[in-house]
Design a protein around this ligand. Structure first.
Ligand code: F6P
Length: 536
C-alpha cells in the first residue's frame, strides 16, 4: 500500500535527523502530546513529525479503524476466527441496551455484577465465613488472563486494600501452589478457581491440589470454593454450588476479562465501591476512544507511535517502564495483552501478514531497571523505544521527597535517551579529570551516548482505581488499533494450542508409560535423562 511506502521513505529521509532539533519549534511539546480524562500522553520525544503523523493517521483511516471500532462497540462478530463479538467494554458500561445476536446482553451483565458485589460484601463483612470464622485470605487459582489481570491490579491498588489478603497461584509448578498455601489457615481461606474454560490443565491441577489441602482440615471444603467460569457444567462437576459460580459470556476474551467476574479478587481486596471506580475510569476512556478525533485520540496515538517504531522504523521490541512500584506487574500483564493479541503472522483474511506482527513487550519499574538493563537502552546497538508511565504523586504520607526523586529520574531518562552525549562533551568531561592523549580518546568513546532514542510518557495524577481503569483501557484499545492497522484478529490465540497438545502427549512419555514413538531425538533424550534423574 502506498501509505506504507510513503512512511518508509519518510523514515529513511529523517532517520538521522536529531530529534532535539524538532524542539526548535517551541510548540513541539504541546503539539505532539494529547490529553484525555486524567492523562497526558507526550510523544514529542520521538522522530514523528507532522508529515509522519499525517501519514500514520491516513494509515488508520485507510484500515477503516473508525468503522471497525464502531463494529466492536456495537457487538458485531469481529473476532472472526472464533465467530464471536468482542465486548469487554460492556462489562464497564452496563447502561442502555446492547444486542448480540438479537438479544440484549446487558441484563445478564448487570445481574452478575450485582451478585459479585453481594458476595464481595458478604465476604468482606464477615457474613460469608469459613469453618474457622471470617475469611482472612483469598487464593485465586488461574493462569494467563485469569491471573495476570487480577494479580497486577490487586498489587497496583494496594493502598486501597481493606479486605482479605489476596494471593495468586498460576504456575503448574507445584512450588507455586505449595508456597502460597503453606502459611495459610484453610479454615479461614476462600479459594477462587478462575478459568473461562474450566479445562486449563494448570488451573485444574492446582485446583485439585487446593481442594485436597482444604479437605485435610475443613469438613465441607467445597463450601469455601468459588468459581469464575463460562462453563456452568464443569464448575458443577467440580462440586461448586451455583450461588458461588460467576459466569461470563464468550464475547469476553481471557486477557480482556478483568472487568467482570475475573476481577473478583480485586473487588474483595478494594471493595465494590473502588471496583466500580475502576470500571468508571475504563468507561471514561471507552467514551473518549469512541468519540475523540483520531488525531487527539489517546489509544489511537499510542498505536500509531507503536506502528511507527515497530513496523516503519523496524524496532522489534518496546520497553514499558512504569515509574510506579505498584505497577510492577504491568509489563507482565501487557505481555499477554499485546503479544497474545497481536503476535500473529496471518492476516484476518488468511493471507500472510505483509509486515511484522506486534512488538516484543518487556519492562520493569523504574528506577530498578536503570540499574539493570538501561545500559543497553542507552548504549546498545539496537534502538528500544521506551514507554514511561508516571504519577504526579504517590500515596505514601511523608515520602513526597522520594516521589520527587522518582519523577526526576523518569524525566531524566527520557531526556538522556533523546539528548545523548557527543564525543566532544565526553572528551571535555574527561579532560577536566586530567586525561590526555590516546587514553583520553579511548576512554571518551566509551562515554558517548548516541542519543536520538525515542520514548513516550504517560502522565497521570495518582494511581487511583479510576486512573488504573483508564490506563488499562488505553492499552486495550491501543492493541485493538494496532491489530486493525496490521489487518489481524487481535482476539484469538491459536498460537498457544500446539504446546498444550504436545505437553499432554509428553506426560506419559515422562512417566515411562508411553515410548514416545515418532518423537524427535532431542525430546526423547531429554525425557530419558529426566526419567533417569528422577529414579535416582
Ligand atoms: O493459553 C492461553 C489462554 O487460553 C489465555 O488466552 C487465557 O487467558 C488462559 O489460557 C487461561 O484460560 P482459562 O481462563 O480458560 O483457564
Amino acid at each position: 500500500m502506498t501509505i506504507w511506502h510513503d512512511l518508509s521513505r519518510h523514515h529513511t529521509a529523517t532517520a538521522n535527523r536529531p530529534m532535539l532539533a524538532l524542539f526548535d519549534d517551541p510548540a513541539r511539546a504541546g503539539d505532539f502530546s494529547a490529553e484525555a480524562a486524567n492523562f497526558l500522553f507526550d510523544y514529542s520525544k520521538t522522530n514523528i513529525d507532522a508529515k509522519a503523523r499525517s501519514l500514520l493517521l491516513s494509515l488508520a483511516e485507510a484500515a477503516g479503524l473508525a468503522a471497525r471500532r464502531e463494529a466492536m462497540f456495537a457487538g458485531e462478530l469481529i473476532n472472526e476466527t472464533e465467530g464471536r463479538a468482542v465486548l469487554h467494554t460492556a462489562l464497564r458500561n452496563m447502561q442502555g441496551v446492547l444486542e448480540v445476536g438479537g438479544q440484549d446482553v446487558l441484563p445478564e451483565v448487570r445481574a452478575t455484577h450485582a451478585r459479585l458485589v453481594a458476595f464481595a460484601r458478604d465476604v468482606r463483612e464477615g457474613r460469608f465465613c469459613g469453618q474457622g470464622g471470617a475469611i482472612t485470605d483469598v487464593v485465586n487459582i488461574g493462569i494467563g488472563g485469569s491471573d495476570l489481570g487480577p494479580a497486577m491490579a490487586t498489587l497496583a491498588l494496594a493502598p486501597y486494600h481493606t479486605g482479605p489478603r489476596c494471593h495468586f497461584v498460576s504456575n503448574v509448578d507445584g512450588a507455586h501452589v505449595h508456597d502460597v498455601l503453606a502459611p495459610l489457615n484453610p479454615e479461614t481461606t476462600l479459594v477462587i478457581i478462575a478459568s473461562k474454560t474450566f479445562t486449563t490443565i494448570e488451573t485444574m491441577t492446582n485446583a485439585a491440589t487446593a481442594r485436597a489441602w482444604m479437605a485435610a482440615s475443613v469438613a465441607d471444603p467445597a463450601a469455601q470454593f468459588a468459581a469464575v467460569s463460562s462453563s456452568a457444567e464443569r464448575t458443577a462437576a467440580f462440586g461448586i454450588a451455583p450461588e458461588r459460580v460467576f459466569g461470563f459470556a464468550d464475547w469476553v476474551g481471557g486477557r480482556y476479562s478483568l472487568w467482570g467476574p475475573i476481577g473478583l479478587p480485586l473487588m474483595l481486596a478494594i471493595g465494590p465501591a473502588h471496583f466500580d471506580a475502576f470500571l468508571a475510569g475504563a468507561a471514561e476512556i471507552d467514551a473518549h476512544f469512541r468519540t475523540a478525533p483520531l488525531a487527539r485520540n489517546l489509544p489511537v496515538l499510542l498505536a500509531l507511535v507503536g506502528i511507527w517504531h515497530n513496523q516503519v522504523c523496524g524496532h522489534a521490541t518496546r520497553a514499558v517502564l512504569p515509574y510506579d512500584q505498584h505497577l510492577s506487574r504491568l509489563p507482565a500483564y501487557l505481555q499477554q495483552l499485546e503479544m497474545e493479541s497481536n503476535g500473529k503472522r496471518v492476516a484476518i483474511n488468511g493471507s500472510d501478514l505483509p509486515r511484522h506482527s506486534g512488538p516484543v513487550v518487556w519492562g520493569e519499574p523504574g528506577t530498578n531497571g536503570q540499574h539493570a538493563f538501561y545500559q543497553l537502552i542507552h548504549q546498545g546497538t539496537r534502538v528500544v523505544p521506551c514507554e514511561f508511565l508516571l504519577a504526579a504523586e504517590g500515596h505514601e504520607p511523608g515520602l513526597d521527597h522520594q516521589h520527587l526523586l522518582l519523577a526526576a529520574n523518569c524525566l531524566a531518562q527520557s531526556e538522556a535517551l533523546m539528548r545523548g552525549r557527543g564525543v566532544a562533551e565526553a572528551t571535555t568531561l574527561l579532560q577536566a579529570k586530567g586525561l590526555r592523549g590516546t587514553e583520553l580518546e579511548r576512554q571518551a568513546r566509551h562515554r558517548v551516548f548516541p542519543g536520538n532514542r525515542p520514548s513516550t510518557t504517560l502522565l497521570y495524577p495518582r494511581l487511583t482505581p479510576h486512573v488504573l481503569g483508564g490506563i488499562l483501557a488505553i492499552y486495550e484499545h491501543r492493541v485493538f488499533c494496532e491489530g486493525v492497522i496490521l489487518g489481524l484478529n487481535s482476539f484469538d490465540q491459536w498460537g498457544v494450542e500446539l504446546g498444550k497438545e504436545l505437553a499432554l502427549a509428553l506426560a506419559p512419555v515422562l512417566d515411562g508409560s508411553d515410548p514416545g514413538t515418532g518423537k524427535d531425538g532431542s525430546t526423547l533424550a531429554l525425557a530419558a535423562r529426566l526419567r533417569a534423574l528422577r529414579e535416582h
